[in-house]
Design a protein around this ligand. Sequence first.
Ligand code: ATP
Length: 723
Amino acid sequence: MSTTKAPTHPASKVTDIVVIDAGNESSASGDNTKGQTSRDGLQFQEEIPYVDEDWDAGGEDVCETADRRPREQLVTRIPAKVELKTLTHMAKRPAVDIEFQDLTYSVRNPGRRTGRRAILKAVSGKFRAGELTAILGPSGAGKSTLMNILAGYVSAGVSGTIKTNGHPRQLKLFSKLSSYIMQDDLIQPFLTVQEGMEIAANLKLGDELTSSEKHLAIEEVLTTLGLVSCRNTRTECLSGGQRKRLSVALELVNNPPVIFLDEPTTGLDIVAIKQCISLLKLLAQQGRTIICTIHQPTASHFQLFDQVYILAKGHCIYQGASQQLVPFMSSVGLHCPKYYNPADYVLEMIQGEYVENVKIMSAEIQNGKLSKKLDPVVIAERSVANSDGLKAVTKICRKETAAIMPAVFSHALMDSKDVNKEHEFPTSCFQQFSILLRRLFLQQRRNCVSLGIQLFHHLFSAVLIGGIFLQIGNDARRPFANVKFCLSVLVFFLYTHIMTPVLLFPTAIKLLKREYFNRWYGLKAYYMAITVASMPSMLLFGTLFCLVSYILSSQPLEPSRFIWFCAASVAVGFVSEGHGMIVGSIFSVMNGSIVAPASFSPLLALAAYGMGHGEAIEGSMSFLMGLSYLRYGLVAITDSLYGHNRPHLSCLGSDFEYCHYKDPNLLLRDLGMADTTTLGQILALFAFAVLYRFVAYLALRYRLTSEFSNQVLNYIAKILRHK
Ligand SMILES: Nc1ncnc2c1ncn2[C@@H]1O[C@H](COP(=O)(O)OP(=O)(O)OP(=O)(O)O)[C@@H](O)[C@H]1O
């Protein structure tokens, strides 16, 4: 048997990450505390070995870069009894109480022109620091909506007040103190847990800490969340529970005092759910405000929550201690049978024929204005049980809060634009850009399948197109065949680069949303990074395609002509990528796959218009063709082959040694491409690239920031009102 101790922070005595040989199990901490129940009746941490299914099933080296032991020999445990320590690596964070009053949220009535539908109906409540609060309710009750509003994710259509520590919530500052962990734990792929944590630390901590301090911070978070043993595992190989914990770990790296989690237990098995809730409780005990939505907890899980907030039909029907729910329901005549899960009972009693109970309970609790607290006996028992923990830590945090919060939420500070700007992100835009760029390059390098597919796609297409138009490049008898070759190259670059963002961007946006909303970086840095990151592969594979197809189709072997040909082709790819990004930032994959071809088809038709009667192209058509970037692309590619003072082509094989298009200028004239230069066309393509990417940026920003979209909508509404 081998027992390995995880590297720990000097200040912490965590010894509970164990690695055991198959069949032989022992804890490094020595105690077997299976099923241990604390004095307040809350089952904190079971020492049930946590064997990850994925680890057993995976078995591929790609997932594991350092720990090469067989997976069946690895058993990870969530720390059985981590010391109740605040994470020590950051400047002390204030405790944040969140209070909301008469919160109403309505949306436009679907299918009707007028009227709005209320989702939340003047609900009130208070979520305190040091407590784990669960928002419960039947499906569609408004749980996620409430959390989105409190986290600041949704602001349009909301009325009511939200306060933090008694002051009106200042969203910009609040978002720096809070993290939102969304339901689908989307985690950057192709990175190990350690790499993901390092990137998160570099982005979220900036220069606040030295690199050794950041390293300690990461150690501390990984240890607290029981992720030390899978630090070298690739994120895509983690189990559901580990992914969930990693989502929390990534947000915990800067020690936020407020954490929102949307359905953190969804998709987890019963053991993992318990571990997840226990972990959240532990984090709350360290002084944080932890709020999560949950569907239908079991009785034992339900007991773990300090506070529950129950919603039904947009009303608050209960707010208070989980243990107080049964007495509260009895007070309104709903007697929960003994040994019955109170969470199940309350949900059953507000649905179907019992829907009237919503009104009764909501009135009794004054729609959240009241809170059912634990009775003094239970509180006394709890404070004894947690004498070193919850109360002590919360007390310290609250003391700090008194000193810190007024300064943090000072209106004078908020009024100063410079201060706001300065405190926008912990890192500069350039730092964010370089960290994100490094991450993107690392992911590209690791995604060997994608690289292989790209290589094959470019080579195969080049051979195919080059084979179809084999040796026609210098044949004056078939000039239009060579123009078709140019058109094929254009379509190849268009289709390849427009479809990549259409198919991948919607998923990337989901990942972006999580990191952007949690203020890891700004949109500009992200956008610049993804723009630059795609360039090397586009250039490399694009040049390879051009080289193979150019040689096979026997185009003139002049280096400068080949460079123009490549530049024109890659420029088409670059603009098309911007085009795809616009579509990808607005539409889902399914809709985007329809919209993208629909939007480039007319542009393609305009690009090829006028072939053979170039001099007779109508003025109106000429204007429309000028709007199609594909026209500029086609002209640039064709001009690179026939322009640049190309000598007369060969008529070999012709009976009379005469061909009409022996003179390349004649061909360019009949194609409507006379008096153009490759450079001019490439510059036009560059202008389109800038325009498209700017539009894509706006589309992305519109999608990400509700405030921005509200501004746009308000502006449009204003214009309409003035008309
Ligand atoms: N932007 C919106 N437009 C229209 N309807 C909305 C919008 N946002 C929420 N809703 C509606 O509000 C109701 C509450 O939604 P919400 O996602 O908050 O429910 P929930 O309690 O979290 O449900 P579940 O547990 O199933 O996730 C649902 O009926 C939903 O369709």
